[in-house]
Write a protein that binds this ligand. Structure first.
Ligand code: F6R
Length: 260
């Protein structure tokens, strides 16, 4: 696990965008795992800029989103389908048939989840998985106590996550309680995981995920098992890390062959 502490969310997001851009330039058929939420917004803006100004070509890229609300039609403004269109897909040249987002309206949810897993494998597996982290340590919507080997499935949101999401639905009463999410096992199968976390609200949970015990109660701690997981965080989100200066030292003294 590599902890990269940048000055600001902008700097962290630019680094993540550079890693993705380099992968896509090297392999135009790169398979990207994508997240929603507020954290990747600057990253997506930078990917759009790279497409517009530096001809970053997404036409052969394949994408798989982590999650979607159950029972929410794709055109609902708070659905993750809408989020992705608004914040990324409408502004780059990704081919619609190469975009994959869980179908929250699927009649046979179990069957759908099985097929989603098969589609990821058929695409050659996810090369780079973008992740945010919930205040309770969730990645995707794998809430605390999710199995560390879980696959794509339906999950029930915790009261804390529901509360976090309520504003997008005009209050708690209308907020969906169930989601389809890639599992922790699905995420761990990605070749590289880039977890972004910014701001002091995330400081405590980042420290638990990076330096705490590996446990289902903190799903993001599962990334300790991953051979190429990078936590890209800002100074505020690094505040509770006991080995903060060590991570900074390692990053600042990386030999050329190990950069990024
Ligand atoms: C979203 C997702 C979630 C978010 C997490 C953090 O697709 O998988 O795990 O990454 O809830 O959300 P923000 O970025 O809004 O703090």
């Amino acid at each position: 696990m590599e902890v990269i502490i940048k000055e600001s969310p902008l700097e962290g997001s630019l680094l993540a965008a550079r890693i993705i851009a380099r992968a896509v330039r090297k392999d135009p058929e790169t398979v990207l795992g994508l997240a929603t939420g507020s954290t990747p917004l600057i990253l997506y803006q930078e990917l759009i800029r790279l497409h517009r100004e530096e001809q970053l070509d997404f036409s052969r890229v394949v994408t798989f989103n982590l999650d979607e609300y159950v029972g929410l039609p794709p055109e609902h403004p708070a659905s993750y389908h809408s989020f992705m269109k608004r914040n990324l897909f409408d502004h780059i040249n990704v081919a619609p048939e190469r975009i994959n987002i869980p179908d929250g309206m699927a009649k046979d949810i179990r069957g759908f989840c099985r097929e989603y897993e098969k589609k990821i494998i058929a695409a050659g597996g996810i090369d780079i998985q973008i992740l945010g982290i919930g205040l309770d340590g969730h990645i995707g919507f794998n809430e605390p106590t999710s199995s560390l080997t879980s696959r794509t499935r339906i999950k029930t949101l915790t009261a804390q996550t529901l509360q976090e999401n309520a504003a997008y639905f005009g209050g708690l009463a209308n907020a969906p309680r169930h989601v389809i999410t890639m599992g922790i096992g699905t995420i761990l199968d990605s070749r590289m995981c880039l977890l972004l976390a910014f701001g002091e609200r995330k400081a405590e949970i980042v420290a638990q995920a990076v330096e705490g015990p590996l446990m289902a109660l903190v799903p993001a701690s599962a990334l300790q098992l991953h051979p190429d997981a990078k936590f890209i965080i800002d100074q505020a989100a690094a505040a509770c890390l006991s080995k903060r200066s060590y991570y900074q030292y390692v990053y600042d003294h990386k030999p050329d062959w190990q950069l990024d």
